[in-house]
Design a protein around this ligand. Structure first.
Ligand code: BES
Ligand code: MN
Ligand code: ZN
Length: 501
């Protein structure tokens, strides 16, 4: 879809549809007031008759409003003026976009970006509007034989800003919003792809396709033979029960100066997690195709930062692997020697993510990174702790944890820090090996991070558990593309990109 910004008055717009807000109870916004005036009180009459209360998300589509040049006027309920917050703003934008897409307006001028949202500026409102619009219109139809797209889809939307002075900041917001949305879409597309198609080699192919689009990107990969050579036995053990070969994909974005130490992102890429010999129960097992959402988000981030041409060196790793039960599969009781030399007793083959990640995290030491962040759908316990609203952030490096939490607040992609105190480390002690791959029921998200922390001593490191945020179940089933918004914001901050007025 096409987005632009403009600063104009509503009565001058000649468009298929003009979108204005109405507060509860039946109170016109300043812009709606202007339209009401030229139409001789047409809108206020309707409200008086009770056609629209102004509750958040209510919609009323009007045709041929007297003296209005645009074909349609969409009145959008915005709730009580003083209660308009970020969440409500995004909901209103999302409903508006869906409504426009379904009611035949192929273009629209939207004045909702002029609403006052507590603590947020025009840049934020426009950028969120672009990201929310793209999110709301996303569909995954590649594998349907009959596509059921809108008949006259929304093609073009203009967001209005209050003053001409804000046009530059609005244009920047559109550019950033589009780049973030492109990354989110890439992440959703690979994540939604079924596991009979999306295997570790498929992840590599998607990275190669992306690198053909951007000259800043270079792709390399580590196959099973190379892993063998390097002693990545934990990673290899997890993939041993699968016919799909394990592949680690490495994407280099060289936007910084040549010698500059890179920021490395490592994504868990279990293209299917059956649990292995410790097999999972059948319910919702299909959703374990989403166990590669960490890797998907890394692909998405690489897409966004390439589009933005960020002046940083960033390396994105997708740790592709499939966890299956088989005669050749690894088993509970096995003791594995990791690439770091440390040994691990396997207590449950379903705690596979940390085994793949620990070797990937050791591998990336060779890049002499400034910072390493891993992103993983690592523990069901994270859903118990934080639900589906916030991703978990764990780090023993306070400044990095703060940077990530700040980026999450700026981008609206929620994250919450959990502690990584040494007290938790004893839960993963093993009588037979250096550690076990399991820490018991208590604080399962933290003990998984403790496990990883033993492989990340050589650099500043943070871990993100996205088990609750990476996809949605139920009627809205699908990947969310999170945490692409927060990670790209983190990188934009590192690059010194202006993301405020
Ligand atoms: N991929 C799962 C975690 C998961 C489960 C994410 C459900 C989202 C929804 C991970 O590999 C796993 O199975 N973790 C186990 C760890 C346990 C065996 C210590 C879990 O969370 O049950
Ligand atoms: Mn598992
Ligand atoms: Zn898993």
């Amino acid at each position: 879809m096409e987005f632009s910004v403009k600063s104009g008055s509503p009565e001058k717009q000649r468009s298929a549809c003009i979108v204005v807000g109405v507060f509860e109870p039946r109170r016109l916004t300043a812009v709606a007031e202007q339209l009401d005036e030229i139409s001789g009180g047409y809108i206020s009459n309707l409200l008086r008759r009770g056609d629209l209360e102004g509750k958040a998300g209510q919609m009323l589509l009007l045709h041929h409003v007297p003296n209005v040049l645009s074909e349609r006027v969409l009145l959008v309920g915005c709730g009580k003026e003083r209660e308009l917050d970020e969440r409500q703003y995004k909901q209103i934008i999302s409903k508006t976009i869906k409504n426009l897409n379904e009611t035949g307006s192929m273009e629209a001028v939207c004045f909702l970006t002029e609403l006052h949202v507590k603590g947020r500026d025009t840049y934020w409102k426009v950028r969120q509007a672009v990201e929310t619009a793209q999110d709301s219109l996303y569909t995954f139809l590649q594998l349907k034989t009959k596509k059921s797209d809108a008949r006259r889809p929304l093609r073009k939307i203009v967001f209005n800003v209050p003053t001409r002075r804000e046009l530059t900041v609005g244009e920047r917001a559109v550019e950033h919003g589009l780049a973030v949305a492109a990354g989110i879409t890439s992440a959703k597309d690979v994540a939604n792809m079924p596991p009979n198609i999306c295997n570790p080699v498929y992840l590599l192919e998607q990275a190669k396709l992306l690198s053909e689009q951007f000259s800043s990107l270079r792709v390399e990969s580590v196959d099973e033979a190379k892993m063998q050579e390097l002693g990545m036995n934990a990673y290899l053990a997890v993939g041993r029960g699968s016919d799909n070969a394990s592949v680690m994909t490495i994407m280099h974005h060289n936007g910084g100066t040549p010698g500059q130490a890179p920021i490395v992102l490592v994504g868990k890429g279990l293209t299917f997690d059956s649990g292995g010999i410790s097999i999972k129960p059948g319910e919702a097992m299909d959703e374990m195709k989403y166990d590669m959402c960490g890797a998907a988000s890394v692909l998405g981030v690489m897409h966004t930062i390439s589009k933005l041409n960020l002046p940083l060196n960033v390396i994105g790793v997708m740790a592709g692997c499939e966890n299956m039960p088989d005669a050749n599969a690894y088993r509970p009781g096995d003791i594995l020697t990791t690439m770091s030399g440390q040994t691990v007793e396997v207590l449950n083959t379903d705690a596979e993510g940390r085994l793949v990640l620990c070797d990937a995290l050791t591998y990336v030491e060779s890049f002499e990174p400034d910072t390493v962040i891993d992103i993983a759908t690592l523990t069901g316990a994270c859903i118990v702790a934080l639900g589906h609203h916030a991703s978990g952030v764990m780090s023993s490096h306070n400044p990095l944890a703060h940077e990530l939490i700040n980026a999450s607040e700026q981008s609206g992609d929620k994250a919450w820090r959990l502690p990584l105190w040494d007290e938790y480390q004893e839960q993963i002690e093993s009588p037979f090996a250096d550690m076990a791959n399991l820490g018991g029921r208590a604080a399962g998200t933290i003990t998984a991070a403790c496990f990883l922390s033993r492989f990340t001593k050589k650099y500043n490191w943070a871990h993100m558990d996205i088990a609750g945020t990476a996809w949605k179940s139920g009627k809205d089933k699908g990947a969310t593309g999170r945490p692409v918004p927060m990670l790209t914001q983190f990188l934009m901050n590192r690059a010194g990109v202006e993301t405020e007025e």
